[in-house]
Structure formats: C-alpha cells, structure tokens
Design a binder for this molecule. Structure first.
Ligand SMILES: [Ca+2]
Ligand SMILES: [Ca+2]
Length: 281
C-alpha cells in the first residue's frame, strides 16, 4: 500500500484520479507478487515431484538390477522355469546320447576284436606253412566243394589200402552226408571215369553183416543211401562188405554197389577244406 501526496482542494478530481491510480498500481503490484509466489510454489512443487519421480525411478532400476542379479545367480530361491515334462525329455535325451555313445564304443571294439582274431588265424596258418612241421604235404588234384575237399585217385588198391592212402594225406574215404554231396560226386565220377571203373567210398559192413557203418563209426542213414537197383546183394553171406560207386546201366546214373573188400579199385578221399587251407598252398 502506497501513501498518496496531498493536493489542493480545487483539484479534487485530479487528486481522486491519482489516488485511484496509486491504488491500482499497488493492487497490480500485490497481484504480481502473489502470482510470483504461486508460480514459485508451483515450480518448487514441480521440482519436488521431479525429485520424487527420479527417486522412484531410481528405486525401480535398482530393483530391476537386483532381480537381474538374482536370476543370474543359481540358488534355491530362484524358481526354475523348466516344466516337469521338459525335464523328463531332457533326461531321456541325455540317456539316449549316452546309449548311442556306449553302442558305438561296443561296435568299435567288437569289430576291432574280430579283425584281430582273423589276423591271428591267418598268422598262425602262415606260421604252420612256413615251419612245415605239423602240416603234411598234400598231393595235387584236391578239389574243394562246400565244406570239404576231395581227391579222386588214379591208382587202384583194396578198400583197406585205399583208406590208408587217404589217412596218409590227412583224410579218409569219403563219407556221403547229403543228396547234394552224392550229386557232386556223381558228376565228377562221370567226368573222370575211363573204363567203367568203381571208386571206393568209406562205407562197410565188415563188422556186422548188414549193419553199414561209415569210417567215422556213424551208421548209414537209410534216407541218404544211394544203392543201385538190387544192391546190396551180399545179404546171403557172400563176402561183399565194402562199398564202391560206379555207373549203372541207366545213362548218367552213378550208384553204390557192395564189393569184395580186396578188389583193387580207385577211391575217393575227403577231408575238411579248412585243413586244406592250412596244408595246401
Ligand atoms: Ca562227406
Ligand atoms: Ca556184406
């Protein structure tokens, strides 16, 4: 509030105007002051709000940092986000990987052991051949078929002498174990036969008449007997106790006949072809 100066009475109107102006100026000054104060209050309040907001934001960032650190650190307080189904799947996958690895190792060692065994067998065979101590020499002319090797003699001798010749070569008179073996021998006999010759085989009933045995002592299997028609015909007591195979009257047919064991005939020797692999080079 400003005080106005006094004025002469004649100029009362002018004085009133001055007073009014002073009052207005003073009022405007007061209003401005109040507005400034309000503005200052608002600014202070706003600054306080900003500080509070900044503090709040800082607190939130701190909390986020703390939560991030907690997530990075394993511990019982942090809950796992892996579901039980995923955990089971992971375990199964791990077991599968382990099983595949173990299987690969097993296959590797089995293959390795098999190769080693084969190499050892080959080495032993080479040693026996090189040393030439235990392997008897075999004659030329052995023929391999399936699991056996066969020798068709060009000389003739009795059944007993023919068998001895075979054993001297690490073999015995042939034992016919199958129809296929019979067929093979038939084909070879037809190919090498010259004058309707007969070849001794390893079958005899010299111990008991009518009881046919192979040289290894096994009895003849009647379902695998290949007698010629009407054979054997010594059941009446004749000394026909050894068996040979020869062509019959039927073209290309080769069958068995019982003969005197002292007859001089050709013969067929048989031995395991594995033995031949070792003994014959
Ligand atoms: Ca045989
Ligand atoms: Ca007989």
């Amino acid at each position: 509030m400003r005080f106005t100066k006094s004025a002469p009475r004649g100029n009362a109107s002018l004085v009133d105007d001055n007073i009014y102006d002073d009052v207005m100026v003073s009022k405007q000054a007061d209003v401005s002051s109040v507005a400034d104060e309000i503005y200052d209050d608002v600014m202070v309040s706003k600054q306080q709000d900003n500080v509070s907001s900044f503090a709040n934001n800082s607190c939130t960032e701190d909390q986020l940092s703390k939560q991030k650190a907690d997530l990075q650190q394993p511990g019982p307080d942090r809950k796992s986000k892996i579901s039980p189904g995923h955990a089971v799947l992971l375990v199964l996958m791990a077991l599968l990987v382990i099983a595949v690895f173990a299987l690969s190792i097993t296959v590797f060692y089995l293959t390795k052991n098999e190769r080693c065994q084969t190499l050892k067998e080959d080495l032993e065979s080479l040693k026996m051949i090189a040393l030439d101590e235990t392997c008897p020499k075999c004659e030329a002319g052995w023929e391999r078929h399936r699991g056996s090797s066969y020798f068709f003699s060009n000389y003739t001798s009795s059944w007993t002498d023919s068998r001895r010749s075979c054993t001297d070569l690490g073999s015995d008179l042939v034992k016919i174990d199958s129809r296929e073996e019979q067929m093979f021998l038939e084909i070879r006999v037809r190919e090498i036969i010259k004058n309707n010759e007969t070849f001794w085989i390893g079958l005899t009933d010299s111990k008991t008449e009518g009881s046919w045995l192979w040289t290894d002592g096994s009895p003849l299997n009647q379902s695998l007997s290949f007698w010629a028609l009407g054979q054997p015909d010594s059941l009446g007591g004749a000394e026909l106790d050894c068996v040979g195979m020869m062509k019959t009257e039927i073209p290309d047919e080769v069958r068995w006949y019982d003969r005197h064991c002292n007859d001089n005939l050709r013969s067929i020797c048989e031995k395991d072809s594995k033995i031949q692999l070792c003994f014959c080079v």
